[in-house]
Structure formats: structure tokens, C-alpha cells
Design a protein around this ligand. Sequence first.
Ligand code: NAP
Length: 286
Amino acid sequence: MTNGRVDSHTVLYGVIGDPIRHSKSPIMMNRAFKETGVNGVYMAFHVTMDTLSDFVRGIRAMGIRGVNVTIPHKLPIMELLDDIDAGAKAIGAVNTIVNDNGRLVGYNTDGIGYVRSLKEEAAPNIAGKQIVVIGAGGAARGITYALLQENPSEITITNRTSSKAEELVASLDGGSVKLVASSNDKLEALCEGADIVINTTSVGMFPNVSESPIRGEWMKRGAVASDLIYNPLKTTFLQEAEAHGCIIHGGLGMFIYQGAYAFEYWTGKNAPVAAMRETVLESLQV
Ligand code: NAP
């Protein structure tokens, strides 16, 4: 362990966003460094749109090894980097930058982080499953791309604004997976037949915790109810689905594993996932 000591070999990492002071990434990633003995420090940088390109020059100038990127920079950062990984290109957003001796490469770990969490915590086998994704925003895009790599039989995307679900479906290559768009008014029937239902909207997020995108009893007993929200840790959607006999999966794991992949890309070491989760959980309970 480095015991939190900062010396002349300490490597700098960070997260950029606007706003950024709510971010749990610094406590999570600094815990990961401490746990694995990596001599690094991870900071939160409040970067506005008009200073984004200056910040990117700063990454190279200061030798910052890794940067996480959050709202509103996930798209605009792309044209400032030297290379973009194929997955991030297909998703159209970057949330992780690796600095290899001044060459900046962009990745997207949100979708693969979500899928790793889903498989480890709730649904070890996604192949052949029927999936309903509620919502068609940025998060839906990343997780649908990652879910497609797992060969489910079918993914249906529904959205309040159904044209956005159609646009999302049209922009992704489903391959052998049946990828279709629908609208929220079909959700009851769609949920009856689904093995996994995923809420990617903000419906049910604090402070509107009594709201839910669907009723839990619309789902098959034994199916997986998954919510990207982690505040609260167990949304009304998950509470109802659990009471109905479903397996539930909350959004905290996605946050932990998107950070775990970033840590692994930067350091080449396995991320100490349990310690990262413990630290974030502690911080959510204060
Ligand atoms: P976004 O791009 O703004 O998309 C929001 C989506 O929610 C859109 O599909 C929108 O539908 C829908 N929506 C919003 N309010 C709604 C309402 N009242 N009724 C029905 N649909 C509604 O946001 P995002 O970045 O995808 O994030 C979505 C959620 O995922 C947020 O709760 C966020 O906290 C969570 N998230 C979690 C993690 C994690 O690590 N766990 C990571 C990323 C995001 P319209 O198109 O009709 O507006």
C-alpha cells in the first residue's frame, strides 16, 4: 500500500465533468489505488465546455495517466483524442481516456461495466434471453451495445419519445439479435414475455422515489428486474419486482464496474471490486 503518501513518483488521474462535486469516483478510485499499492492520486476536476480543449492539452503536458469523463463531455471529448476504441465509436461516447506517453485513447466502459455487473450479480447467462430496455438515452445506448455482444435472442427498446427508440435501433448493428423499437404504452405486454427488464430512465431516482417506469407485477416470476439508478439503492421498480418473485439488480454495480474497467486499463491490475463497492456504499449512507 502507498498509505496515501504523495511523492515525486505519484501518478495523477481524475474525472472531469460539469457539475462534478457530487462524484463518488475520487473516493472509489483512491481506495482502489490504496488497496492495490498503486502510487496514484485521483482528483475531480470541474471542467467547463470552454476549457475542455485546454484540459486535454493539460493531460499531455502534465502526464495525467487516466481520465474519466462525465456529463456533458462524453461526446465533445471525442474529437480531441488521438484514437477511439471501436466500442466507444459505435456507442458514440467516451467515458475513459488512457494516456500512453502522450497518445490519448478513448474508451467507453459504461456498457461493459453494466453487463459485467448484471452477469456477476443477477443473470450469469444472457445468451438466448429476451430483454426489454426502457429508455433510449445515453446510458441505454451504451448498455444495448454491450448486451448485443452477449447474443441475447431479442432486445426491445421502448421510450417515452418512441422516435428516439427507433433512432437508437437504426443506429446499432443487431447482427443475429432481433433488435426492435417500441413505445412505453406497450410495456405491460412486453414485460410479460421478458427474461430481463432494464430501466435506463431517471424515473424513480431521488427525490422522486415513489415513481416507477413499470409495475413489478407485469413481469414473469423469476425474471430479472434491473435498474441503472443507484440512488436509492432499491428503487420502487425493484421493490415491487422483488415482492413479485423476481431477481433484482440495482445500478451501483454498473458504477463500480465502469470504474473497475478504467482502473484495469490504466494500471494493468485487477480492480479490487469489493473494496471499491464498500467505500461507495459507506459514502452513500452518510
Ligand atoms: P439521458 O440521456 O438524459 O436519457 C434519459 C432517458 O430517460 C430518456 O430515454 C428519456 O426519455 C427518459 N425519461 C426521462 N424522464 C422520463 C419520464 N418522466 N418518463 C419516461 N421516460 C423518461 O440520461 P442517461 O445518461 O441515459 O441516464 C439515464 C439514467 O441512468 C439516469 O437515472 C442515470 O442516473 C442512470 N445512469 C446510471 C449509471 C450507473 O453507473 N449506474 C450510469 C449512467 C446513467 P425521452 O427520450 O422521452 O426524454
